[in-house]
Design a protein around this ligand. Sequence first.
Ligand code: NAP
Ligand code: MG
Length: 394
Amino acid sequence: MTRIEMLTPLVEIDGDEMTRILWKDIKDILILPYVNLKTEYYDLGLPNREKTKDEVTRQSAEAIKKYGVGVKCATITPNAQRVEEYNLSCMWKSPNGTIRSMLDGTVFRSPILIKGLKVLIPTWSEPITVARHAYGDVYSGVESYVADQGKAELVLPNGEKKTIFDFKGPGIVQTMHNTDASIRSFARSCMNYALDVKKDLWFSAKDTISKVYDHRFKDIFQEIYEQEYAEKFSEAGITYFYTLIDDAVARVIKSHGGMIWACKNYDGDVMSDMIATAFGSLAMMTSVLVSPDGKYEYEAAHGTVTRHYYRFMKGEETSTNSMATIFAWTGALRKRAQMDGLSDLEAFADKLERASICTIESGLMTKDLAALYEGEVTVLNSKEFLTEIAKRLA
Ligand code: NAP
Ligand code: MG
């Protein structure tokens, strides 16, 4: 059989533990038999990040900037225990954090929906995508315990002072910031992505209470929408809609889904976990990082599944769900195909997704999904699941 040819390399970013095992199996079993895969490979496995003093992470982000599309395996973000386990010279930063800041990107997370898999909100028939602004607010807030009486003040660059609170007894104080530049990038990433997937874009904040801070977000989104996107949105048949965060929560719960919900940093942190749980399993959440100038990095939302890896290393059987990692590959291949005008490659990405969904809909799945499925289930191990998908793909 002749394999599908590619024009431009895909930036392939390998990772750690169980997802590294799945990574190779997905390529060998599902992709390489059909595609003459052209990738530029970066090994972000922790041993190689240590060896290269994390230079490889920065190189992989540069490569995404150069080629436009990457696919990434989950990676360990080291903590004290990992420093010991891997004998690291220092606690390397989160690779996702480094890549995100180098691309100035926004992360979009959406669930893979399967007929027969219980959704906790019965009206949600279409996926809900959460876009989280991953810069500033309380995540880089400055805060303090105030032990004494007296005024806490905010001093602005022009020398102006504002009283935060005149303390009469002990308490706490917090300040935070954001920048117009970061909010603009966030707005553009969201609007580009909405056009890309042709879905309505919602944005929510609390401008009625936060009349300067949240209002600035609302104004920047509105300004960018009107000046750069309104026409394109109407041509694509999609809408932009702003509402208060509490109203958005109420509307999302009552909706059928199908929208992109752009959230400020904290709201996105909280809401994306709520959405993931309501749709079923973390192993079914896909994630894509989109930069304001249209570079894409696809990955699974879950981590390296350490507990399964330790079992795998002891020679025990694992039943690890590879769906989100497969969809990271199909997302990246489809985007590459669209950029290079390769219709056969785009069709392959569609077929692989259909074969994967079809496998679960025939009752064949990994252990994490079994309890959520309303029907007869056969639980497969990690490799058997991939083999069943391969049969349907063939
Ligand atoms: P995790 O790898 O997402 O796993 C947490 C638990 O969720 C697993 O133990 C497993 O539960 C279940 N799970 C997650 N993905 C699954 C899958 N594909 N199939 C079946 N079950 C799945 O999170 P973690 O254990 O907190 O983190 C492990 C490592 O991943 C850490 O070193 C962290 O730094 C890293 N991490 C990386 C990324 C990324 O690169 N994007 C994201 C998050 C975390 P059971 O054990 O109950 O089966
Ligand atoms: Mg969270």
